[in-house]
Design a protein. Structure first.
Length: 359
């Protein structure tokens, strides 16, 4: 059995639909406070779930092989659920990240003969999940990497819940001011736009990828079509709640005339495996509705964990990019049709030799 927490929410419903495709013979449990009344309620078992009620957590986990947290990146849910799954030896796959996972950095991740499953995997949504997996895919064309560049653009309406989590992590200052002359300058990035703005970042996902492919230099950017994001962080605000409100409102305005979606641009330079010569590859991929993509990636990851846990004990803390069975994850992603377009350019924007296909 597979249990989905938050299965009645936007991402949870997408996860449920995708899991049905990947694991049609597996019994699914939905855990939520209120009993669902919409959709095909006959396709799963509903159990009352309250994160503050230990008995409801225990009842939900009874007989379950994998737990999926689609309720969002909040430690309010993640911490007690992680404690319960680890105590029972049940793998936990989370759509987001939580500070409680930082405290569970296993001394040594392992994939051994089946004895117990104390695995925790976080960041399994569209971002950061895919943004970590794509560089791993492209890196297979190289024997040595001199430079990695990753750019992503996400166009979606941000809910207040998601905006609150974002605001809590931002290093913005309530008294900060940025003069217009210091704003990020517009750049021309082929496939993305002639006048877009890049905002550098570096987090746990970046570190995980860098540890695996070992580039001499790496650049990670969030791409925006304007400077509204920069103005948002520069303007004074009373508290994080006000900042969250602004983030949510800004996102609604930003996608007013734009189709929701996610776009990735990954460039690697180094020694190519095929001819042992210096070269470059650019991977450009695009996806549809971010909530739908998050649900599919979460389901793809959870299915990979579910199938692997049948034969092996999965111990430790992972992200999609570091999962030992990443090829199984990629197979699931392709089966669910996560990418609307996916192209590899053997040389920078030499589209005459473009490769199109699956991961």
């Amino acid at each position: 059995m597979i249990a989905i927490l938050g299965g009645t929410g936007k991402i949870g419903r997408e996860t449920l639909n995708a899991i049905r495709i990947l694991e049609p013979e597996t019994e699914i449990i939905i855990g939520s406070r209120n009993k669902p009344t919409e959709g095909d309620v006959s396709s799963y078992i509903w159990k009352a779930f309250d994160v503050n009620d230990v008995k409801s957590i225990d009842a939900l986990l009874d007989g379950v092989s994998v737990v999926i947290n689609a309720a969002g990146p909040s430690s309010v849910v993640s911490a007690p659920v992680m404690a319960a799954t680890r105590a029972r030896g049940i793998p936990l796959v989370d759509v987001g990240d939580s500070d409680c996972y930082r405290k569970y950095e296993a001394k040594g991740n392992s994939l051994v003969e089946k004895t117990n499953n104390s695995l925790v995997m976080s960041g399994c949504g569209s971002i950061p999940g895919l943004i970590g997996v794509l560089p791993i895919i492209l890196s297979r064309d190289f024997i040595k990497i001199s430079e990695l560049e990753v750019n992503y653009r996400i166009d979606e309406e941000i809910s207040m819940s998601a905006a609150t989590d974002m605001a809590a992590k931002m290093n913005a200052s309530s008294t900060s001011e940025i003069n217009a002359t210091t704003f990020t300058k517009p750049e021309n990035i082929p496939l993305f736009g002639e006048a877009i703005y890049r905002y550098p970042y570096h987090d746990e996902e970046c570190e995980a990828v860098e540890h695996i492919i070992n580039p001499l230099k790496s650049i990670w950017n969030m791409v925006r079509p304007d400077t509204e994001y920069e103005k948002l962080l520069a303007s004074p605000y009373k508290n994080r709640e006000e900042l969250a409100t602004r983030i949510s409102k800004m996102s609604k305005f930003a996608i007013k005339d734009i189709r929701p979606g996610i776009h990735f641009y990954v460039k690697i330079q180094g020694i190519l495996r095929e001819d042992q010569k210096d070269g470059a590859r650019v991977l450009y991929a695009s996806c549809g509705n971010p909530a739908e993509v998050s649900g599919k990636v979460l389901a793809a990851t959870s299915s990979a964990v579910y199938r692997t846990s049948r034969d092996y004990a999965l111990n430790g803390y992972y992200r999609p990019a570091t999962f030992p069975m990443i090829d199984l994850l990629l197979k699931n992603i392709n089966k669910l049709g996560v990418f609307e377009s996916w192209n590899i350019y053997p040389y920078l924007f030499d589209t005459d030799t473009e490769e199109v296909g699956e991961l």
